[in-house]
Design a protein around this ligand. Structure first.
Ligand code: GLA
Length: 722
């Protein structure tokens, strides 16, 4: 709900348990008065702590500007806290002052042109227009308050109403100004390839904490997320303020405390690789930031995000559907396969209840290793005899669906495409392009490149019935130069790249609405809310070791629902770590995501093969709970280094599952006691054959035996008794 108090120009946005209050100060500046737990009064102007007389005192404007909690702070006006926006006018001068002009409140939410964004009917929105009349620039701040989840979203649009070009040199999407409280902590997700999104807590201190990506994607190393929490933060207690960015490119998140103990958080497109020329009459839309406040600890924050992404961001028809259990040949064969080998895998898979074969990298051009052919999206008939249609038919005749891997954003210097179009690679005239995995990025700012990619995708999709596509991206961006764009638009390359990526994925999912798309980037380097708008699931990490996955899953599930997390059962001895674990334990851990296999099923022992149907049966029994349920973290291996426990509770609180992993066994210690969360205290549940009330399970808890051995996973299923 959004209300407006006319006299003092106060805007109040309410979600079920939170309020967000702004007002127009002295008929000029838009300030943030409050964000937090729900309040009943709109007029909390005393929060400004200073009277309007200070603003009138021109001789002391600086003091006012630096102390004022600007809703959208701009450069040149403020110098002790981070700002969101800067421009360069036609005289080459920077800085911009913005004052309130008008506003409009409306039901529902508008789409953001060319960008992924949240949607919904059960919400209210407001556009607040700020202006700089001399420049002829309007800035539209758009907010949406959702009625079914404690989320507020924000985005910004700049409109050039003048007759001159201006250059936007900085355009972050949101700022929050809060009171710093002693002991506050930063919550961050850090990692690298195969070790994505590990949760890290850091202390806040005077100065700035920066979380940024300059890799052209959200990255293995970072997540477009910033959060601060009070010192007492746990899964169930403490306050947390979080910002999550619906964007897949370079981003800047910053948390800053100034000399007055004012805490500012900002989030937006990274200014280091961004500049945008705005011609008269043009507008620029910056992506959306998701604001999440919880006064019930991290658990509530996670559930807010999960519900929000499931109900207001992911569009795929598969969101609420059971996904096919797949077998992917990457770790089974790497590049060394033929269609005969794939059909052998499919044949064995079909006997065991697997539902889809996914052909990974190596089926096109002359690709037998990673040294070439990206861009040459024609079938290698030496490997895939009879082409995609024959393979797809053979797989379908075994009763399996068929999926395929692509990496459309890349060009190998060793490719037919590069011979024809060397200018299609991102490059600058003064440096040797930086290769990774012997490949370069295609210049997606060039419309001819975008058309080529769309044509290749169409060609693949129309050669054969294909039910699933894994879209990979194995090189982060370097060489931010385009042979296509003019000199005065080279600063736009990084953002235009992301816009073009969105355009191509939009083309794909709207042309083939039945296609199940899974995004991927060298494992989990582009696991962000932007990509979720196009694909209901994202490959989480190349690391399928069940112990390493514990921290990856904990970090990923901090923000994302399990329905979005790609999870496979891989080999006994993990190819990356060399750690050996049992297939049964890995199969339990892979329940926490979209379930599949990634190994050579033909090479398993008879015992392992025979266990697969039961593993799939277990997955099918709990998959709707995993897909739709509420997540509670009971124990964290990331913190205790011994043991992990994840609980999922159905929305009606009838069904519960707990996935546990004992990483290391220790002698002479009692069985573990675990207190469940999120149950109905009055319901009676059946736990291991015994009837117990929800109140007992949550307060007294349950005792779980300690298994003998390391890396032991256990699944506990609990149901309401009738
Ligand atoms: C990336 C993906 C893997 C696999 C390879 C293929 O690393 O994360 O799953 O598809 O590319 O080259």
């Amino acid at each position: 709900m959004i209300s407006f108090e006319k006299e003092k120009k106060i805007f109040k946005l309410d979600t079920p348990n939170t309020s967000y209050v702004m007002s127009v100060y002295a008929d000029m500046y838009l300030g943030n008065l409050y964000y937090g737990g729900k309040i009943d009064d709109a007029d909390v102007c005393y929060m400004y702590r200073q009277g309007s007389e200070q603003i009138i005192n021109e001789g002391e404007k600086s003091g006012f500007m630096n102390g004022f909690p600007f809703e959208f702070p701009t450069a040149g006006m403020v110098n002790s806290q981070e700002t969101c926006m800067d421009i360069r006018n036609s005289r080459g001068q920077n800085g911009i002052e913005l004052v309130y002009k008008s506003h409009e409140i409306y039901k529902g939410k508008k789409a953001l042109k060319g960008l992924p964004a949240s949607f919904g009917d059960n919400c209210d929105s407001i556009d607040i227009i700020l202006t700089n009349e001399k420049l002829g620039i309007d800035v539209v701040l758009t907010y949406t308050a959702f009625n079914d989840v404690d989320i507020i979203t924000r985005s910004v649009k700049v409109i050039n109403n003048s007759s001159e070009n201006i250059n936007i040199t900085k355009m972050l999407s949101a700022a929050l100004t809060l009171d710093y409280q002693e002991g506050m902590k930063i919550i961050d997700l850090k990692g690298c390839w195969s070790r994505e999104r590990h949760i890290v807590y850091e202390n806040l201190h005077y100065g700035s904490f920066v979380n940024e990506s300059l890799r052209g994607e959200s990255g293995h190393q970072t997540q477009p997320f910033v959060a601060v929490a009070t010192g007492n933060i746990t899964q169930t207690t403490g306050e947390v303020y979080a910002m999550h960015f619906i964007y897949s490119g370079n981003f800047l998140g910053k948390i800053q405390i100034n000399e007055q103990d004012s805490l500012r958080m900002v989030m937006g497109i990274h200014p280091d690789t961004f500049e945008w020329k705005l011609e008269p009459g043009d507008s620029f839309q910056a992506p959306e930031v998701v604001l999440n406040y919880s006064s019930e600890g991290l658990g509530k924050m996670s559930r807010n995000f999960h519900d929000f992404y499931r109900n207001h961001l992911i569009r795929s028809k598969y969101l609420h559907e059971e996904r096919p259990v797949l077998v992917n040949n990457w770790e089974a064969t790497y590049f060394d396969f033929t269609s005969d080998k794939l059909v052998d895998i499919a044949r064995e898979a079909s006997k065991r209840g697997i539902e889809m074969l996914v052909m990974d990298d190596g089926w096109f051009g002359k690709r037998n290793s990673d040294d070439g052919s990206l861009g040459d999206w024609f079938v290698n008939e030496d490997k895939i005899k009879g082409g995609l249609k024959k393979l797809s038919d053979d797989v379908h005749s075994l009763g399996l669906k068929f999926g395929i891997w692509v990496e459309p954003e890349m060009i190998s210097p060793k490719s037919e495409l590069y011979k024809k179009h060397p200018d299609w690679a991102m490059q600058t005239h003064h440096s040797i392009p930086v290769q990774a995995r012997k490949q370069l990025n295609l210049d997606l700012t060039n419309p001819a490149v975008v058309d080529y990619i769309k044509t290749c995708l169409k060609d693949i999709m129309e050669q054969a019935p294909i039910e699933y596509m894994k879209w990979d991206m194995n090189k982060s961006l370097t060489d931010y130069g385009s042979e296509y764009l003019p000199a005065d638009r080279q600063g736009e390359v990084a953002h235009r790249y992301v816009l073009a990526l969105y355009e191509i994925q939009e083309y794909l999912v709207s042309s083939y609405p039945d296609l199940l798309l899974e995004n991927c980037s060298s494992g989990g380097a582009r696991f962000d809310p932007g990509m979720l708008y196009y694909s209901p699931q994202i490959w989480c990490s190349d690391d399928m070791d069940p112990v390493e996955r514990l921290s990856i899953i904990e970090g990923t599930a901090l923000l994302y629902p399990f329905s979005a997390i790609g999870a496979h059962v891989s080999k006994n001895t993990n190819d990356i770590l060399g750690r050996t674990t049992n297939m049964a334990d890995r199969a339990i851990m892979a329940l926490l995501g979209t379930y599949g296999y990634e190994l050579d099923i033909t090479k398993l022992t008879d015992e392992e093969k025979e266990a697969i149907p039961d593993q799939i049966k277990t997955h099918k029994r709990v998959e709707d709970l995993v897909r739709e349920g509420d997540y509670y973290r009971l124990e964290s291996y990331n913190e205790n280094h011994l043991f992990d426990a994840v609980e999922i509770v159905s929305k009606d609180k009838d069904k519960v599952m707990v996935v546990m992993m004992q990483v290391l066994c220790t002698p002479c210690i009692r069985d573990r006691r675990i207190k469940l969360q999120g149950l109905n205290p009055d319901y009676t549940y059946v736990v291991n054959g015994q009837k117990l009330h929800g109140s007992t399970l949550m307060n007294a808890g349950i005792i779980v035996p300690r298994p003998r051995g390391d890396y032991k996973a256990t699944l506990l299923e609990i149901e309401k008794a009738y």
